[in-house]
Design a protein. Structure first.
Length: 352
């Protein structure tokens, strides 16, 4: 039954994927002009050279032919076309961008879910206590503060603390070991939260372990900001669900049977309250990518959003389509994953 459901859902993704990519392709092509128009007014460019460029990138073909050729190259070779701006395969251009954004997104996702469950359970079990009121206040604060403003506040705070961080790191001890990557950045003139990722030359000098540590330190502030808004909303939702199920008849029955309070809360109430969190995975992955966009701009993180905006401005068709395809696939996989997980944790849901 489960295998049949999985196969059916995958088959349903095919027309959804084709429809989404075709619509995106038509909307992009609806913009006046193309990539070669930027060279049309250059007197040093021969019109015949422009025509050869349009023929090379198939820009002289009808939109439907361009889309069919592009889709066929994906199905047959996994090839997303050639970037107009970089004069390189789109796969090679967007792979490091996706890796950078997904490292930020996935770490933020893990942090969000690891913190949401214990915080929401604590808040629900101690309703209207001082801790619950503090969590409620911080949740509304996290929902109210825009991501781009929050990251600017954190950057300003770290800049103010830079002299103190260097003094602590130079003093020695375990704290100095943790802060040494930050002082390394300061000595190189690359402030950890401000400068984004290092240039490739400096990055290669660190070695594999140093590169992992470097990426971890550069992820600290962006992950904190991206996780805040999702954490604030999910805590409120899960708290409300927990309060509802903790008053349910089956929970009162479990308490009357003398089950341990921990088993009642986590095995009975929490398992039923997790439904909104699981169903939200379908939109959480692509929304985290979108939510990281402004943060990527502010901290100059070399991810999907800055590259997408630059490609749209340059009318780099296949870079835009490659990044949109990644977002569409994330959305479909997120919805598929949430449906399967709901069936696993909720016995009321059947794969029929």
């Amino acid at each position: 039954m489960v295998l049949t459901y999985v196969v059916r859902r995958f088959l349903q993704m095919i027309p959804t994927f084709l429809g989404a990519t075709l619509l995106a392709f038509l909307i992009i092509q609806a913009a006046p002009g193309d990539f070669t128009d930027r060279f049309a007014l250059d007197p040093n460019i021969d019109p015949e050279q422009l025509q050869r460029m349009r023929e090379r990138f198939a820009l002289d073909q009808p939109v439907t032919v361009q889309y069919a050729n592009w889709m066929w190259s994906i199905v047959r070779y996994g090839y997303f076309g050639e970037s107009f701006s970089y004069r390189a395969p789109v796969n090679a251009v967007i792979y490091p961008l996706i890796l950078n954004s997904m490292s930020l997104v996935l770490v933020s996702l893990v942090v969000t879910y690891l913190l949401t469950i214990p915080i929401a359970v604590y808040s629900a079990r101690r309703q209207y206590s001082l801790g619950d009121k503090a969590i409620t206040f911080l949740s509304f604060l996290g929902l109210a503060i825009p991501n781009f403003f929050f990251i600017l506040v954190l950057i300003t705070g770290v800049l103010v603390l830079q002299p103190t961080l260097r003094e602590v790191a130079e003093a020695g001890g375990p704290i100095a070991t943790l802060l040494r990557p930050i002082t390394y950045d300061l000595d190189r003139g690359l402030a950890f939260p401000v400068g984004g990722m290092r240039t490739s030359g400096l990055y290669d000098e660190l070695g594999p372990l140093g590169q992992v540590r470097d990426r971890f330190w550069h992820l600290v502030l962006p992950v904190l900001v991206v996780s805040t808004a999702s954490l604030a909303s999910l805590v409120r939702v899960l708290r409300a669900q927990m309060l509802e199920f903790m008053r349910a008849d089956f929970v009162r029955t479990a308490n009357a049977k003398g089950l341990p309070p921990r088993a009642v809360v986590y095995k009975h109430a929490l398992r039923n309250a997790l439904n909104p969190l699981i169903s939200g995975i379908g939109t959480l992955l692509p929304s985290l990518v979108g939510g990281a966009g402004l943060v990527e701009f502010v901290v100059r993180w070399p991810g999907i959003t800055p590259a997408f905006v630059a490609a749209v401005k340059a009318q780099d068709l296949y870079i835009v389509m490659g990044l949109l395809t990644v977002s569409a696939v994330l959305l479909m996989l997120g919805n598929f994953l949430s449906d399967v997980l709901l069936g696993l944790i909720d016995p009321r849901i059947r794969y029929t």
